[in-house]
Design a protein around this ligand. Structure first.
Ligand SMILES: Cc1cc2nc3c(=O)[nH]c(=O)nc-3n(C[C@H](O)[C@H](O)[C@H](O)COP(=O)(O)OP(=O)(O)OC[C@H]3O[C@@H](n4cnc5c(N)ncnc54)[C@H](O)[C@@H]3O)c2cc1C
Length: 267
């Protein structure tokens, strides 16, 4: 039990953890929390979560960014996280229990949202949305996929989720069901360090460079009709960004909507 006081402030509220799902023991978890009635966000944004570090005597309340997994219409908040070795926040997350309190900043942040792509000339239904994630970078995309709005603007949504091992492919069942019930959605799990019947021992960057991605997905990476999101590991994002710039993908600037958006989880 994490001893957090249920105090609130003008910047944050205290919410209760209602459910904890273990995807991989000691390593990958999702939590569902209560949601303040006034909490407002767009799918793809992140929240700032606060927990009390009992080992700190000064400033015990610490904060980290976490992408919101739940969609804006859902009446709870959901987060998906990994436990980082020796991570200050991770060690508190690891000991969370149901009914513990967690602080959530009142404001949501971030630009990994479909709004980034919605310039005045976007034609509804004619676009392809590519969601490319490593590890917990998947979090933001679950929200986007659960959001009904996404399907108004995109004719097709293609998700590539890359992990090292098979047992790190969290949310796989939900995504497989979606790919069966919604023919406009394609899901490609990739494992880089474990052989499996699914796409394995490939890196996303190599798949794009050698053209195998388009062959595999049967979709073209055309900068006119494709919008791409990258989320997770900063090295993957840096490499993909270079490759995609050469192919005509660019991020939004001031009033010009781009076709590439990204979120790095660390530096
Ligand atoms: C915008 C944004 C959204 C984020 N969303 C998520 C999320 O949805 N889920 C999540 O687990 N984390 C997310 N993170 C990372 C998160 O904020 C924490 O940094 C992380 O959980 C570890 O915190 P820590 O204090 O335990 O370790 P830290 O001291 O913050 O991190 C230590 C090191 O661990 C590694 N690391 C950090 N985060 C990850 C990660 N997610 N996967 C693998 N290695 C990592 C990095 O090498 C980092 O330098 C997000 C970060 C940002 C900036």
């Amino acid at each position: 039990m994490i001893m957090t006081e249920s105090k609130e402030s003008k910047n944050y509220t205290s919410q209760i953890i209602e459910d904890i799902k273990i995807w991989k023991n000691g390593s990958l978890f999702s939590i569902k929390t209560t949601k303040d009635a006034s909490y407002d966000f767009q799918s793809g944004q992140f929240a700032r979560l606060g927990l009390i570090d009992p080992t700190r005597t000064v400033n015990p309340l610490i904060w980290r960014a976490y992408s919101i997994v739940s969609a804006p219409h859902e009446n709870f908040l959901e987060f998906y996280y990994t436990i980082v070795n020796k991570g200050e926040f991770s060690k508190i997350l690891l000991n969370l229990e149901q009914k513990d309190h967690i602080f959530i900043e009142k404001k949501a942040y971030g630009f990994l949202t479909i709004n980034q792509f919605l310039g005045p000339n976007i034609q509804k239904q004619k676009n392809k949305l590519w969601l490319i994630a490593t590890g917990t970078g998947l979090s933001a995309y679950i929200s986007i996929l659960r959001d009904h709005n996404t399907w108004k603007y995109f004719d097709k949504v293609i998700l590539l989720h890359s992990t090292k091992f098979l047992d790190e492919l969290s949310y796989k069942k939900e995504l497989e069901i979606l790919s069966i019930t919604n023919k406009r959605f394609k899901y490609f799990p990739i494992t880089t360090r474990e052989k499996s019947s699914i796409l394995s021992e490939s890196r996303i960057t190599s798949l794009v460079m050698n053209g195998n991605l388009e062959e595999l997905t049967k979709e073209t990476l055309d900068p006119k009709s494709s919008k791409i999101m990258l989320c997770g590991n900063p090295t993957m994002i840096l490499e993909m960004r270079r490759i995609l710039y050469d192919r005509g993908f660019y991020t939004s600037k001031q009033n010009i909507a781009g076709n590439l958006a990204m979120e790095r989880y660390w530096i």
